[in-house]
Design a protein around this ligand. Structure first.
Ligand code: SF4
Length: 398
């Protein structure tokens, strides 16, 4: 029997550990004082070996796809996300990257791969940053979230604003210039968070990239409990829209370009890894809760660390379930992803009756239609879901 052996071009590794849970977070994490780093690395190495052997999805062999295993220049991006990957410790991280990059033996091949590490500011020390760089990391996404210490405490973050500035300087000194900052907006009004001031503080650090996320209330989080007992107010749509448009204005004036609904960069320093997701490319995910996609089928691992560890020990794989997209679902996903980015959507992908509202949306300032493509403006991105529904569902106005 021959097996489907994927060429891995985009690899995501989920590192689930955090020292505590932030007030708004419902991610699949394992809160630990002591990180089981060696055990975790062994699990991911074992899972990766099985993926490379092609035995994760024997059914796919029936589709007849085969490819060359371990092509040394196949990997284009590797993203270590979490959780808090920077908690893993430098030895474990070096061992992990060493095995994942095994086939990319020459330093020039490694350097061409975008290798991103998500880090919390408090974990960035001169020694850690140097070791990360030595292991191949060339991009760091820092969970900054705010430059207001009061707000950071409310979020249950472990760092203060000064630590963010220090972390960026430390990363640069270690040779990691490609730094992205995450910020959260649309916070409850009673926090009196000064969003403009936070954006200014972020821009003063000249990051290569910024990711901006509106606060959402997820079930079973401290934030949801605070709201249900009236201790804090729920985020509202007006604040979300106002903060979002301010960010476009301020970042635009500073020379940043929103290339995706939540992401802006200087020059061409966009996230190549996330851009692969948004352009519908294949990717492989390793670790608890990680997802993989082969263009048609999406499969995902069990979410809990302990369940993942046991499954890998027994079978070498921890796939919990999978879904295969119908042609219609693939079309809908392509359309949605295209409108999320500055690439926009080809007008040829819009079926004739659905094209009718485009002119009205253009007049309203929600889309630009040019060069045979339709692209969302910031106002359009605020209505993205509604626009996609109108372009795909029953004919109706937004
Ligand atoms: S550091 Fe990130 S993953 Fe961990 S609890 Fe906070 S928001 Fe969630």
């Amino acid at each position: 029997m021959s097996y489907y052996v994927p060429i891995v071009r985009h690899l995501y590794v989920h590192i689930p550990f955090c020292v505590r849970r932030c007030s708004y977070c419902d991610f699949s994490i394992a809160v630990r004082k002591r990180i089981p780093a060696a055990e975790y690395v062994q699990c991911v190495q074992r899972e990766f070996q099985l993926v490379q052997s092609g035995r994760v999805d024997p059914a796919a062999a029936l589709r007849g796809s085969t490819s060359t295993r371990g092509a040394p220049d196949a990997l284009e991006t590797l993203y270590l996300g979490g959780g808090t990957p920077s908690l893993l410790g430098t030895d474990a991280l070096s061992a992990l990257l060493g095995s994942l990059l095994d086939s990319a033996s020459s330093s020039s091949i490694r350097e061409a791969i975008e290798i991103t590490l998500e880090a919390n500011p408090e974990d960035v020390t001169p020694v850690a940053a140097r070791e990360w760089r030595r292991a191949g990391v060339n991009r760091v996404s820092l969970g900054a979230q705010s430059f207001d210490d009061r707000v950071l405490q409310w979020m249950h973050r472990s760092h203060d604003a000064a630590r963010i500035t220090e972390a960026v300087r430390t990363l640069r000194a270690a040779g990691i210039d490609n730094v992205s900052l995450d910020l959260i907006f649309a916070l409850p009004v009673e926090l009196r968070r000064d969003w403009t001031r936070d954006l200014d503080a972020a821009l003063a650090l000249l990051p290569a990239h910024l990711s901006l996320y509106g606060l959402t209330v997820e079930e079973r989080t401290p934030l949801a409990r605070w709201i249900s007992r009236g201790a804090t107010s729920a985020p509202d749509d007006e604040r979300y829209a106002a903060d979002y448009l301010v960010a476009h204005e301020q970042l635009g004036a500073a020379g940043y370009h929103f290339y995706e609904v939540s992401n802006a960069c200087r020059g061409d320093l966009r996230s190549r890894h996330n851009s692969a997701y948004w352009s519908g490319r294949d990717y492989v995910g390793l670790g608890p809760a990680a997802h993989s996609f082969d263009g048609r089928t999406r499969r995902w691992n069990v979410a809990q660390w302990e369940a993942y560890r046991r499954a890998i020990e027994v079978d070498g794989t921890a796939v919990e379930s999978q879904e295969t997209l119908t042609a219609e679902q693939q079309e809908l996903e392509r359309l949605y992803l295209a409108l999320r980015t500055d690439e926009g959507l080809s007008l040829t992908a819009v079926r004739a009756p659905h094209a009718a509202p485009l002119q009205t949306w253009g007049t309203a300032g929600w889309v630009d239609v040019a060069d045979g493509r339709v692209r969302c403006t910031p106002e359009g991105w605020l209505r993205l879901d509604a626009l996609v529904r109108a372009l795909t569902g029953p004919l109706a106005t937004v």
